[in-house]
Write a protein of this length. Structure first.
Length: 185
C-alpha cells in the first residue's frame, strides 16, 4: 500500500526513532507520537475528515462515535465535527466523583457506536473500551484507528467480534520513512 500525503505528514511529524517502551510493555525502535498529530490543527482536521469518512463507510448506521480517554478524545471530537455524529468518551475507569460515569456524554442503551482510536498495538486498551461500552448497553462492531502497529490488536478485537480498520499500517509508514531517507541521485 502506498502512503498518501496525509500518511507522509504523519511520518514527517510523528514517527520517531530511538528506544521506546510501549503501553503494552514491549520495546520498540520506533514510536508514533500521537500527540504530535493530535495537537496539530492541520493534521487533526485531516485525520478527523478521514475518520468521519471511514466511519460512514464501515458503520453507516452508527448514531455516535466513541473515543477512549485521553488519547482518542481529540480524534473523536474532530471526526464528530466532520461527520455531524455526536461522540462519547470512554474513561479508563469509573470516576469516583460527580456523576461517577465511565462513559461521558449522552447516549441511549442500544445505540450503535463506531469506536475511534489513535494507535493500536496489542489492542488491550481498545478491548477494555469495547467492554465498557457494551457493559453500558451500547453496540460496538467496528473500530477505527489512525495506525495499526500490526502487533496483534486486530486479532484481539476480532476475538470480541469487533473489526478494526486502520487508516495506515505501521509497515507502510515505516516503508515510506525508509523510502524518504534514501539519497537521490
Amino acid at each position: 500500500m502506498t502512503v498518501d500525503a496525509l500518511g507522509g505528514l504523519l511520518v514527517e511529524h510523528a514517527l520517531l526513532e530511538g528506544d521506546f517502551v510501549l503501553r503494552s510493555g514491549r520495546r520498540s525502535s520506533w514510536y508514533l507520537d500521537k500527540y504530535r498529530f493530535e495537537t496539530s490543527p492541520d493534521l487533526l482536521r485531516q485525520l478527523g475528515d478521514r475518520l468521519a469518512e471511514a466511519a460512514r463507510e464501515v458503520e453507516p448506521g452508527a448514531v455516535r462515535l466513541a473515543g477512549p480517554a485521553l488519547g482518542a478524545v481529540a480524534l473523536a471530537a474532530s471526526a464528530s465535527m466532520a461527520s455531524g455524529l455526536p461522540f462519547i468518551i470512554v474513561r479508563g475507569e469509573t470516576k469516583e466523583y460527580g456523576t461517577a460515569n465511565r462513559i461521558e456524554g449522552p447516549f441511549e442503551r442500544g445505540d450503535l457506536v463506531c469506536l475511534v482510536e489513535d494507535v493500536v498495538t496489542s489492542g488491550g486498551a481498545l478491548a477494555a473500551s469495547v467492554s465498557a461500552l457494551r457493559d453500558a448497553g451500547l453496540i460496538v462492531r467496528n473500530a477505527l484507528c489512525v495506525v495499526d502497529r500490526e502487533e496483534g490488536g486486530s486479532d484481539a478485537l476480532a476475538r470480541l467480534g469487533v473489526r478494526l480498520r486502520a487508516l495506515y499500517r505501521a509497515s507502510d509508514l515505516l516503508a515510506a520513512r525508509k523510502g524518504a531517507a534514501k539519497p537521490h541521485g
